[in-house]
Design a protein around this ligand. Sequence first.
Ligand code: ADP
Ligand code: MG
Length: 694
Amino acid sequence: MVQVADIYGDLVFNDHTMQERLPRETYKALRKTIREGEPLNIEVANVVAHAMKEWAVEHGATHYTHWFQPLTGITSEKHDAFINPQDDGRAIMSFNGKELIQGEPDASSFPSGGLRATFEARGYTAWDPTSYAFIKDEVLCIPTAFCSYTGEALDKKTPLLRSMEAISHEACKVLHRFGTDVPRVVTTVGAEQEYFLIKESDYEKRQDLILTGRTLFGAPPCKGQELEEHYFGAIRPTVNEFMKELDTELWKLGVAAKTKHNEVAPAQHELAPLFTISNRAIDHNLLTMELMKKVASRHGLVCLQHEKPFEGINGSGKHNNWSIATDDENLLDPGKTPQSNLRFLVFLAAVIGAVDDYQDLLRISVASAGNDHRLGANEAPPAVISIFLGDELGRVVDSIVNGKEYTKVKDVYMDLGVDALPNFLRDNTDRNRTSPFAFTGNKFEFRMPGSQVNLSDANTVLNTAVAKLLHDFNTAVEGADDFEKAAFAWVRETLTKHQRIVFNGDGYSDEWLDEAERRGLLNLKSTVDATPHLLDKKNVDLFGEFGVLSEVELHSRYEVKLEQYSKLLNIEGQTMSHMTKRKIAPAVTAYATEVAESINAKHMACADMEPAADKKLLRKLNDGANDMSDAVDKLDAALDKAHATTDALEKARVYHDDVLAAMDDLRVICDSMESIVSTEAWPIPTYNKILFYC
Ligand code: ADP
Ligand code: MG
C-alpha cells in the first residue's frame, strides 16, 4: 500500500525541495520573488535552473516544457530535451536560467483574436515562479504566462496574476488602515470538479461524443436520476479503482485531492481538492482534468468533462470557492460577532458591491456553448447573478442598511432524540444550492462555472472587481478624522446601494426571475447575449484602471470567445448532420425495410392475415425518415447561412438562433425514432446502455 505522506508532492519542485537543493542565498532570493514579486536576476535563475534539472533528471525526466494556458483555456506544452551534445560524441543534460525564465513558442497557431494580425507571430512564455514546477510523463513542466511580441497577454494566466496583484495592493492598504501591515494578500480557490465516467466501448461508437464531448442524440433512458440514489451512493468497483489511482497520481503532483463522491446523475462524480492560492489552484484544476482523462483510459473508461453530455440528465459544473487571506487570516471569516467586526464588513461589502456592479463580467466569465445548456435549467443556477448570505449575515446586513439593532440568530442545538448520538450546534448558514454566488461560512462559492471552463477568467473578474470596490473604500476613508465612522458609513452606503443583488430564496423558481427583473438585475441567457457586454465602457475602464487587461487585450478576448462559440457549434451542427445522414437515417430505412419484408412474408404465408401492427410501425418509420430528411436539410441550410456570415457577433447569433434551433428539431425526430427502432438495429449506444453499467 502507498503511504500518502511518502508520495505526496514527490514530483513537485516545491518549497521543501527548493530548501533542500538550493544554496541558501539563492533560496532566499527566489522566496522573495515568490512572496513579494521581486524580479529574479539571471544569476539566481541559472542556479535554480541547474538544481531543477538535476532534481528532474533524478526523477526520470528527459525533457522540459513551458506549460501555459492559451486563450483556448486548455494547457499547451512543447517538449525540449535537456540534451546538449558534446564534441566527443557524448551528450550531457543541461538547462540554464534563460531557458527556465523565458520561452519563445510560435504564437501564430494559438487564438489571438486579431492580436496576431497586427503584431509579430512570435510569442513569449515567462516563468510563473509562484506556481511550482512539476514532472509529468518524464517532462519537467514549468508553469508560465504567455504573451505576444509586444507584451499583450495571449493567455488566461497573465490577467489572473495581474488581478491578484491588484487586489493584493488594495487589500493591503485596507489592512494598513486597520493597523495590520502585511507584504501581500492572496486570493484562494477551491475548485470542485464534476465529471462523468462512461465505458470506452460505448464512447468509441459515438462520433458525437468523440467530436463534441456531448451526445447530440439520445432518447431519455427508462430510468434517470429520479430515484435520487446515485448522489453519495456507494461507488462502483471500477470507478473506485479509477478514483484511487487518480488520487495517488494527484498527490504525487502535490494536488491536495480531498473529497470524492458520486453526484446526482447516473455515472456522474465529483472531486474536490483542498483550496490553495488562486493561480496554483487553477493549475492544479487543469492538471486534475488532464489526469482524469488519462487515468480513465487505463480502466477502460472515458471521462466526460462537457457541461451537458446528456440531455435531460444533470450536467456538470465546477464550483469556484473563493476567499481572500493574509498568511495568517482568512479575511472573509466573520468571527463570532460579524456585526461588530468592521474589517470583515468592509470586505463583505466590497464583494457584494463588486458582484452587483460587474454581474455581466461574471456571467461572461462562465459563458460557453456548453454551459448555455446548464445555466437556467433546473440543475444549475439561473443566468441571473445574485448573492446568498444566509440567515445570520442577512440579518447583519439588514440591520446596517435599516439602522436597526442587530438581533443575533439564537444558537440551536440539534438533538437527534437518541441518547447515544451527540448533540451538536446547528450551523447558522444553511445551504442554498440554488444560488449562483453563496456565502458558505468563510468564503464565497461561485456555482455558475461549467465543468470544462478554465477558472482564470472568473477569478480575474472577481479579483479585479473586488479590488475596485476596495479602492473605492480606500478613497472614501482617505483623510477621515474618524476612520471607524467613515469606514462604517462606507459599508452602510455600499450595502444599501447593492442590496438588490442579495437574494436568499429559491433561485430556480420562476418568481425569482420576475423579481430579479423588477430589481433591475441582468438576465443574460446565452453566450451570444452576454459576450458583447465585455466591451461596455465600465468594463473596459475597470480592467484598464487596474492594469489587468488593456482595451486591445479585451477586444481580442471578445473575438476569441465568439469565434470559439461559433466553431464549436459548427462542429456540433456538422457532426449531427453527418451522423443523421450516414448512421441514423440508414438505420431507420434498414429497419423499415425489415418491417416491410416481414409484412410481405406474413402476407405470403397467410394471405387473409392483416399485419396491422407492422403496418402502423412501418408508417411511423417512413414518416420519421421523411421528417428527418427535411430537418437535416434545414440544419444544412442553417449551417450554410452561418458560413456566409462574416461579422463575428452576427455569425455567433446565427449559430445560436438558426443552427441550434435546427439541431433541436432534428434531435426530437431522431430520438422519437430511437424509441421505436429495435435495439439491435439502432446504430449507436443508447442512454440506457451508456449511463448504467457495472
Ligand atoms: P461542498 O460540496 O459542500 O460545497 P466541498 O467540501 O466539496 O463542499 O468543497 C468545498 C471547497 O471549498 C473545498 O475545495 C475547500 O477546500 C474549499 N474552501 C474551503 N475554505 C476555502 C477558502 N477559504 N478559500 C477558498 N476555498 C475554500
Ligand atoms: Mg462538493
